[in-house]
Design a protein around this ligand. Structure first.
Ligand SMILES: NC(=O)c1ccc[n+]([C@@H]2O[C@H](COP(=O)([O-])OP(=O)(O)OC[C@H]3O[C@@H](n4cnc5c(N)ncnc54)[C@H](O)[C@@H]3O)[C@@H](O)[C@H]2O)c1
Length: 368
């Protein structure tokens, strides 16, 4: 049986007092999508941008008619009275720029991964607490209509307790900017695990209710990228595939896989399956691209049912929209830095396990 299920995602009202947020964006690669995401909110003005790449700065400034353009983030933070800053630079600079933004009195929306490792992530959270400012991580895949619809079903208790899951993002060949910062450990902190795996890990953890991780067994490999780097003389010193098994204190287990290069059928495969005591879920990409679908599988009265979630895409807002909404209405924001830190602790443990060949216990300080 196939059942279409229409789910409404309602927008919360904007701040009643008409207050507006002044936003600045640092780094204008994915930062361009942040500008679009911020502009979804009627009470947000993107007033300043910063990037040392002057060509990008001019192009993006013109595209969005942004008046104040800076070749350094520090100059922007010193000159502008900003309420919120998006940090969208290579991973190595996330921590320093987040700390600088807190010093300038701003809330921060930091791109994923939160930082190069959990030690840096912890420093960022401590700085947020000291400054009395908010830190949100842009786990953007939570904000699709399908992810939101699944989360509403989880919150309604449809699945019972999740006990096993598998969450993956594989690419047949898709190393971002081969030879650039993504494949350089000193700038990125790691390869597809920290780049792509981080999204699918967060999505699964968020749907599972962020259980406390206890043990990790991980492996990393680089046969395809290493051979290509040697042949082309390009820099590449991270993995091209990572796989891990994560165990939680409630007994649940999650398998995580991520790759930029793997000999598989699909060009791009994103898939999260979670099995609960009452039902299972699947969220996956369509046509090897960046649109998504979601399903629920269950058994009732001796019959097996498949339910197809069919939410309205128009009602899914950006992460930036929801952050603005939380700040303006003084409500808790989604994807808080504390969850970003748990993700970093798991990623650190996977890399440590891959190095040692042994399981690694996680001593989470982020988890309440
Ligand atoms: N949420 C998502 O889906 C998503 C997608 C892509 C990238 N990202 C993340 O966003 C970040 C940036 O990735 P990208 O793809 O945009 O990279 P990119 O290389 O395309 O762009 C980074 C930009 O930052 C600028 N920059 C570097 N150092 C800077 C500094 N100190 N101050 C100001 N600007 C600086 C660079 O000049 C460049 O224009 C990474 O952390 C990446 O993981 C997230």
């Amino acid at each position: 049986m196939n059942d279409n299920y229409q789910v409404e995602v309602k927008a919360a009202p904007a701040a009643a007092d008409g207050r507006r947020l002044r936003v600045g964006v640092i780094g204008l690669g994915i930062g361009r999508l942040h500008i679009e995401g911020w502009l979804q909110h009627p009470n947000v003005d993107v007033v300043a941008i910063a990037d040392p790449d002057l060509e990008r700065l001019a192009k993006v400034g013109d595209q969005f008619s942004i008046p104040a353009r800076y070749d350094s983030a520090e100059a922007m933070l010193a000159a502008e009275q900003l309420d919120v800053v998006s940090v969208c630079t290579p991973n190595k600079y996330h921590k320093a720029l987040t700390l600088a933004a807190f010093d300038a009195g701003c809330h921060v929306l930091c791109e994923k991964p939160m930082a190069m490792n959990a030690t840096e992530g912890r420093e960022m959270l401590e700085a947020a607490r000291r400054a009395g400012k908010r830190l949100m991580i842009n786990f953007s895949y939570r904000f699709s209509a399908q992810s939101r619809a699944l989360k509403a079903q989880v919150d309604a208790g449809r699945f019972g307790d999740f006990y096993f899951g598998r969450t993956v993002w594989h690419r047949r060949r898709g190393m971002p900017g081969f030879g650039g910062w993504f494949g350089t450990k000193a700038l990125a902190g790691g390869g597809p695990l920290i780049d792509l795996g981080v999204h699918r890990l967060d999505l699964a953890l968020w749907l599972m209710g962020y259980p406390k991780p206890t043990w990790v067994m991980g492996s990393t490999y680089d046969p395809i990228a290493r051979e290509l780097a040697e042949r082309s003389g390009k820099a590449f010193d991270v993995e091209d595939l990572a796989a891990a098994l994560i165990r939680f204190d409630n007994g649940a287990t999650l398998a995580l896989e991520a790759s930029w290069a793997a000999n598989i059928r699909e060009a791009e495969l994103m898939e999260t399956r979670l099995l609960g005591t009452k039902a299972g879920l699947l969220q996956h990409n369509l046509n090897e691209g960046y649109t998504f679908d979601a399903h629920i599988f269950m058994e009732q009265d001796g019959a097996q049912f498949d339910m197809h979630l069919n939410p309205s895409a128009a009602q899914a807002h950006s992460a930036m929209h929801d952050y603005a909404e939380a700040i303006l209405n003084e409500r808790p924001h989604p994807a808080p830095g504390e969850e970003g830190l748990i993700v970093m602790e798991i990623l650190d443990a996977i890399y440590a396990s891959a190095r040692s060949g042994e399981p690694v216990r996680i001593g989470s300080t982020a988890h309440g």
